[in-house]
Design a protein around this ligand. Structure first.
Ligand SMILES: C[S@@+](CC[C@H](N)C(=O)[O-])C[C@H]1O[C@@H](n2cnc3c(N)ncnc32)[C@H](O)[C@@H]1O
Length: 287
């Protein structure tokens, strides 16, 4: 896909359409997402060097959950530009920033592989759970590199290996099986685990020109009252899964959801539901 610009544009058009449709669901689950990603978000901001007064680029910002944290950290003397491929989701980020009174936040629809920002104009860049969805993540990293001033810091968060993320793996496998589709290469470009192979993401950062590249694997357990709360989140906002199920009738899709619910009950605990996830946090610096 990387070598064929037409395929890449068609892929991104589909991604945009599906995230436009999932935008309200993702936004509506912000409190759960926020709690799930609290530790990785704090680490990401610290590793990228987000400090008071900094100018920060937020790539694939979604509905702006981490954008609000960035705005808080840089304070009124700083600036945050939140960008996302989906105009619908980035409009929600803008609305949340406005409601929170963060005048230092600007939001703009932009492909992470072609950001249209001035070169060397940011002190730090972050991308939380977005880079793995790019058909050409190397180009996304090159764009962040170009946007950073020399010495500027970058930090991304992506899913690690399929075996370390059993809920996502079960969702993908069940959706494909019920849709009559063959199993897919879990590491295919643009897929949820595309950057989950050991050392793959480090190699891309180095190829993009970054120095001091370091990746840390962190646990990010999704804790919710019940498996049905997790499924409610996935059903309204997990665009890659919904994209696979889009061709099924209502009854067929319901059978797929029932099947996956039974599998995910394996993560019921006496106090609620705890879905294991592992994320890779990669930090680096533009020389
Ligand atoms: C899982 S959501 C994460 C959103 C947000 N960063 C968060 O953590 O809440 C993935 C986001 O990546 C965006 N995305 C996917 N491909 C993109 C691309 N090529 N350029 C920019 N954004 C992209 C989607 O539109 C979606 O908003």
């Amino acid at each position: 896909m990387n070598s064929n610009p037409t395929d890449s544009q068609a892929f991104k058009a589909a991604v945009r359409t599906h995230w436009d449709a999932a935008a309200r669901g993702w936004d509506g689950h912000s409190p759960a997402i926020r709690a799930w990603l609290r530790g990785s978000t704090d680490a990401m901001m610290a590793m990228a060097g987000v400090v008071p007064g900094a100018r920060v680029l937020d790539v694939a910002a979604g509905a702006g959950d981490q954008t609000l944290d960035l705005a808080e950290r840089v304070g009124p003397a700083g600036a945050v530009l939140a960008t996302d491929l989906s105009p619908a989701i980035v409009a929600l980020a803008q609305e949340r920033a406005r409601r929170a009174g963060f005048r230092q936040v600007q939001c703009r629809a932009a492909d992470g592989e072609d950001l249209q920002v001035e070169a060397a104009s940011f002190d730090a860049a972050v991308c939380r759970l977005g880079l793995m969805l790019f058909p050409n993540p190397l180009q996304g990293l090159r764009e962040m590199h170009r946007a950073l001033r020399p010495g500027g810091g970058v930090c991304t968060v992506v899913f690690s290996a399929p075996a370390r993320n059993p809920c996502v793996t079960a969702l993908m496998a069940t959706a494909l099986r019920h849709s009559g589709l063959p199993a897919r290469d879990p590491f295919a470009p643009g897929s949820l685990f595309s950057l989950g192979q050991p050392r793959r993401i480090d190699a891309l950062f180095l190829e993009a020109g970054f120095h001091d590249v370091a990746t840390t694997a962190v646990d990010a357990v999704f804790r919710l009252p019940s498996v049905d709360d997790y499924l409610a989140f996935v059903r309204s906002s997990a665009s890659p899964i919904l994209q696979i199920l889009a061709g099924l009738s209502e009854a067929q899709a319901e059978a797929a959801w029932n099947d996956v619910r039974e599998q995910l009950r394996a993560f019921d605990t006496p106090t609620g539901w705890e879905g294991p996830n592992e994320l890779l946090i990669t930090a680096a610096r533009r020389p």
